[in-house]
Design a protein. Structure first.
Length: 262
């Protein structure tokens, strides 16, 4: 009788332990997905800060660009603090330390008076910041091995790409009229289109996610041609406002994916 009771107690303990391990693994996966979203947002902020600097410098949507620039610099710092306090992997932490140093130069340049040279510098710094943040996202995805993280990454990257489009559009109008500016713009438009199509086909989408994606789909089919006309220019306000709208909607969609995969 005592043996049976002990067996039952052992079985219950093992089941409880297994459930605890599963719950713990689920929590870790959920936390990692959130960190991927946060690191992904850093990619977007790197592009938005450079864009806002050039828009304000060219006196286009000045008040909005300056408000957004200051807010983005603050968000960049806050998110970086959370990331560096939440990630224990030595390689990623080392990369985050480099990103922090780059962000200090980035912030200092963003607060300087607009010149073409400073515009080129902030463009280059935004690329370094983007590369560093992209590496963090990729490393977190590899460590987590969570399939859902790929969808969160794709959705989050769309936020960045929309701001990247506006960044290169205004960079060209600011005097950085080299071949790379045009090519980077066109590459961003192409990648956004391809990723959007993949997200539209994602089988785990909720009705709400599909509604939000359809809103972007209707807008994108009209405005992407404006972006590709970078060399002609003439539509900086439309580019500023539509890319901001897309980033805002994609931020909402990314948050919905994070909730979906919790």
């Amino acid at each position: 009788m005592k043996t049976n009771i002990m067996k039952k107690a052992t079985l219950i303990a093992l089941v409880s332990l297994s459930l605890s391990v599963v719950a713990s693994a689920s929590t870790v996966a959920s936390d990692t997905v959130k960190l991927i979203d946060m690191a992904g947002k850093q990619r977007m902020l790197s592009q938005r800060i450079a864009k806002d600097y050039m828009y304000a410098g060219k006196s286009i949507a000045t008040a909005k660009a300056e408000r957004q620039l200051n807010r983005s610099l603050k968000e960049l710092k806050e998110a970086h603090t959370i990331l560096i306090n939440s990630i224990n992997n030595p390689e990623i932490k080392n990369l985050l330390s480099f990103v922090e140093m780059s962000s200090e130069d980035f912030e200092a340049t963003a607060k300087e008076k607009f010149t073409t040279d400073n515009a080129q510098l902030i463009l280059d710094l935004s690329e370094s910041m983007l590369e560093g943040s992209e590496y963090v996202v990729t490393s977190l995805k590899e460590l987590s091995n969570v399939k859902a993280s790929k969808v969160v990454d794709m959705a989050g990257r769309q936020r960045m790409l929309s701001q990247r489009i506006a960044k290169y559009y205004i960079a060209y109008q600011s005097g950085i009229k080299d071949k790379n500016t045009v090519e980077q713009m066109r590459a961003a438009v192409k990648l956004f289109t391809e990723t959007h199509e993949l997200l539209m086909k994602n089988k785990t989408n909720t009705p709400e996610i599909n509604r939000e994606l359809n809103k972007i789909d209707r807008l994108w089919k009209i405005v992407y041609k404006f972006y590709l006309n970078i060399e002609k220019g003439g539509l900086p306000l439309i580019v500023f406002n539509t890319t901001d709208d897309i980033s805002k909607n994609m931020n909402k969609i990314t948050a919905l994916y994070v909730e979906l995969y919790k």
